[in-house]
Write a protein that binds this ligand. Structure first.
Ligand SMILES: [Fe+2]
Length: 258
């Protein structure tokens, strides 16, 4: 039986330097010529819609809760990010993943990082839930959970324990670690997410107070248990796991390599 729970925190911010592009191997669609040109683009990133109707998670997450969380908080991160990007052409053309890695700036986050990461985190959170969620994972994901945590019950207890021991605002993640080639539970503070360490997230749970206070008040334990028992989308996690295995070899090669 084994499991992993890491607490990873952000540090202070700094300004963009002209060496930024040489520090990261991130292929944003931008040229040196483009950096010197004045752009007239006024919007960069849009607000994605959850992959279900806003009342579809009831009674476990109310329509009012989703409307405020998605329609106000999530939208606010998108609008704030776009305002910041408007002032800084250097980020034009980055995908959200690229923008997060760039603005994390090797643990010395740039001012744009928090909004960029929160936009990505919330997109991922909505897609980590589904109507009729909960139950247990299927197929290879369940086998990998059994292998890395001992059993699904142990994993579930550890995930809930991690959520309830997170200090302050942040996120709990089930990730596939590229380096360790195993599943792990990760805690992150504020907006930080596992992309900055190159881990592959499979499930993300929002533990900012705005994520649950309207429906659950101070009862964070109830919110976390309801997420695990009725909301989490193991279908989404299974799809993410299947795609992740293109990058992380979890077993013996099925096809002999010459
Ligand atoms: Fe949130």
């Amino acid at each position: 039986m084994s499991w992993c729970c890491c607490n990873r925190l952000s540090t202070s911010s700094s300004s963009v330097t002209s060496d930024l592009w040489r520090q990261f191997n991130v292929p944003c669609r931008i040229s040196n010529v483009g950096l010197r040109q004045k752009r007239s683009v006024s919007a960069y990133y849009g607000l994605k819609t959850p992959p279900y109707k806003l009342d579809a998670l009831e009674p476990y997450m109310s329509q009012s809760m989703v409307e405020i969380h998605w329609g106000d908080h999530h939208r606010g991160y998108v609008e704030s990010l776009n305002k910041q990007i408007e002032k800084n052409d250097i980020f034009y053309g980055c995908t959200m993943d690229e923008l997060i890695k760039l603005t994390y700036n090797n643990g010395n986050p740039l001012p744009e990082f928090s909004d960029a990461a929160q936009v990505w985190n919330h997109d991922f959170f909505w897609e980590s839930m589904q109507p009729g969620g909960g139950d247990i994972p299927k197929l290879g994901l369940l086998q990998q959970i059994d292998k890395d945590f001992g059993s699904f019950t142990i994993f579930k207890d550890k995930f809930i324990e991690a959520a309830l021991t997170l200090f302050g605002s942040g996120w709990i993640w089930l990730v596939l670690s590229r380096e360790e080639k195993r599943l792990a539970i990760i805690k992150t503070s504020n907006a930080v997410n596992p992309l900055v360490w190159n881990d592959i997230p499979l499930i993300g749970l929002d533990l900012w107070e705005h994520a649950y206070y309207l429906d659950y008040k101070n009862d964070k334990a109830n919110y976390v248990n309801v997420f695990m028992n009725h909301l989490v989308s193991w279908d989404a996690a299974l799809g993410r796991m299947a795609r992740a295995q293109a990058f992380v070899n979890l077993g013996e090669p099925k096809i002999p390599v010459a």
